[in-house]
Design a protein. Sequence first.
Length: 365
Amino acid sequence: MALVKDIYSEVFLETIMSAILEYDATFNQALFQQKIEAKGWEELTLMGRVDRFSSALYESLENKDLTVVGPLLLHIQETGKGLAYIFLPDYVAKYGQNNVPVALQLLEQLTSGSTGEFAIRAFLTNHYEETMTKMKIWSQHPTDEHVRRLASEGCRTRLPWAKKVPGLVDQTADIITILKQLKDDESLYVRKSVANNINDLSKDHPQLVIELMGEWHSNASAEIMWLIRKGLRTLLKEGQSDVLALLDYAAASDITLTDVVFNVDRVAVSLGETSTFTYSFDALASEKTTVRLLLEVDFVKKHGVSTKRFFLSEKKITPLMKTYGGEKNYVWKNLTTRQHYTGTHVFRLVLNGEIIGETTVDFSI
């Protein structure tokens, strides 16, 4: 199975070298290829290969002035689009710190060919005010959704794969200014970024985000309600009562539950086996409403316990008493993100933030 990092193939290298030579016939192709294929290439991660490409290009150019190199970078981008081309914004991030206006203009032009969301982090770190001012302008770009998305995605506080920007998590006023500008954007691509940015913020500033989403909730369109729900997904999973209310879930106390059953088919399992959890309950509400069911697990870890919640289902509860039920399989398989350890693991059935059932499973390697 091909790895993502393999987008940097021999064919891609040939494409890039041809584009450079087309622009500058004096380019030192041999040196560039030598730098790319130097020792350790196969072991490099995706971002390591991005760094190798941008560094090799810099070291192979005679004139390294960004005002001269910029047109070359734009010419290279004309050969194609996609993730592999993020070495171009990476070049700007590494070698454009002494000419910020030109560098930011290049990122604006390059982001549609790959993405400038990783490159912009270096400018937020080293030139915050100038960069944030530019990003606010980008959020109002009249024609390019990629530029508007860069404004939001680039200031995410927990952007995956990206370097952390010191102090960004506390710059909530600037971030929210951009999000407010983009929340009604016509592009779903942009609105997804806004929702992900909100979700990031909710992990450090939950109350601020809840209050902001409360403001947006008033007379919200279907598109805004989708954005709110996606932005609040982490807090929703935590079962916070004000979030549940904001998203029109009934309080658990407003639902009458009887005959709650929550069982597991096997109380002792080993690695590679599967546990099947079944649940049922009778319920009624004063009016038709929605409940959200989660499976909460206290995983035994090497040092202590780690709690995680998994979505089970949403169910419509009516004013008539009715039986509801379902099942969930859990496979005891080690993943890169989760390792299992011997011990008693606690499983709970959670309805709208309230625990309504509990059972345990003894796991052994």
